[in-house]
Design a protein around this ligand. Structure first.
Ligand SMILES: [Zn+2]
Length: 338
């Protein structure tokens, strides 16, 4: 595979065939660029503004997504692409290089600065590249995250609640394609997300949490590969074909958007979980205890479930600080896409 290095304005999104690029994003202060690896495959039936894009490593220390997308890049049969498939395994080469969630160049979090800025910091420039050059080419957007150092998950695909009924149904179908044990819709208050920006442009948008702990979890890679391929098929951009087996045959849809879903650490200390992700809990049940070792004879502070539901996310690191999310509970709801 020979990669050609081009500026964003010189990407060929139209010609039939496959192109493997490094996209130059000019560094704001140094004499040079960061380069984003990107493969585009265009088939004979590609239509303007229609296509599927999959992003990995929006955060630099989340690794199942980049590995899954790289596997798809190598294994996809170019002739099976009838529309437009865009694969970007490492969207944030700055944070990926340092193995950190945020960029060390500007302390920017790429998933908080959308829609980005043409002449902004390097992180804002990565976001601007996506908003300005990639979003207009596609109608399906996948952003593959994992828990990094923050949290552990049971394998989750996710999206926000949107008003448009068809978009909401389509997002359920694409999210289901990952074959995860859980799909969740969640609060849409956080500003600057890649996914929220795409959703508001009317795109069928799905995010994921495929693993945790800065590891490469086997099931997470499988879910990622399945999700990317099935989304491309659902979007009419890839001919129907075989998919990896689902990691879970019992896929649950949960609502994690209520104000009671998110459980914050009431104090700083060491986090002792009493349940594991994927468990069902009842309101009032003990989820975790937080230990303060500066007052050694004091009872630990309890975190109890504020509602019935499934544990969709839990703190990963032992050390937690007051106010950080240590658990998220999702209430099971019916799928409405069929
Ligand atoms: Zn992330």
């Amino acid at each position: 595979m020979t990669r050609i290095t081009v500026g964003a304005a010189d990407i060929d999104f139209e010609s039939i065939g496959r192109r493997d690029y490094f996209i130059k994003i000019e560094h704001p202060t140094k004499w040079g660029h960061y380069v984003i690896p990107m493969t585009i495959i265009v088939g004979a039936e590609a239509k303007t503004g229609k296509g599927m894009v999959a992003f990995g490593s929006t955060h630099g220390n989340e690794y199942e997504g980049p590995v899954a997308i790289k596997n798809v890049m190598r294994n996809i049969n170019n002739e099976d692409v009838c529309g437009r498939v865009i694969l970007i395994p490492v969207l944030n080469p700055s944070a990926f290089r340092s193995g950190t969630r945020d960029s060390q160049e500007d302390n920017g979090n790429l998933n908080r600065v959308f829609p980005g800025k043409k002449d902004g910091s390097i992180t804002e420039r990565f976001a601007y590249f996506v908003t300005e050059y990639i979003f207009p080419q596609v109608h399906v957007v996948l952003d593959l995250h994992s828990g990094g150092q923050l949290a552990t998950f049971p394998g989750v695909s996710s999206f926000h609640h949107v008003e448009d009924e068809q978009q909401f149904k389509d997002m359920q179908s694409v999210a289901q394609g990952f074959g995860c044990p859980f799909t969740m819709f969640y609060q849409d208050e956080t500003p600057g997300l890649l996914t929220s920006t795409a959703e508001r442009l009317g795109k069928i948008t799905v995010g994921t949490e495929l693993g945790w702990g800065e590891a490469v979890i086997r099931d997470g890679v499988t879910m990622g590969e399945r999700g990317v391929l099935s989304a491309a098929m659902f979007a009419g951009q890839l001919k129907e074909g075989p998919l990896p087996d689902k990691v879970s045959s019992d896929q649950k849809l949960v609502d994690g958007s209520s104000v009671t879903a998110s459980h914050l650490a009431p104090c700083s200390g060491l986090f002792e979980p009493h349940v594991v992700v994927g468990d069902h809990v009842q309101k009032g049940e003990l989820v975790a205890r937080i230990h303060n070792f500066e007052i050694i004879d004091e009872d630990p502070i309890e975190v109890r479930a504020s509602m019935d539901g499934y544990i969709i996310c839990m703190a990963w690191h032992a050390r937690v600080t007051q106010g950080i999310t240590v658990a998220l509970i999702g209430e099971q709801v019916e799928w409405s896409n069929t």
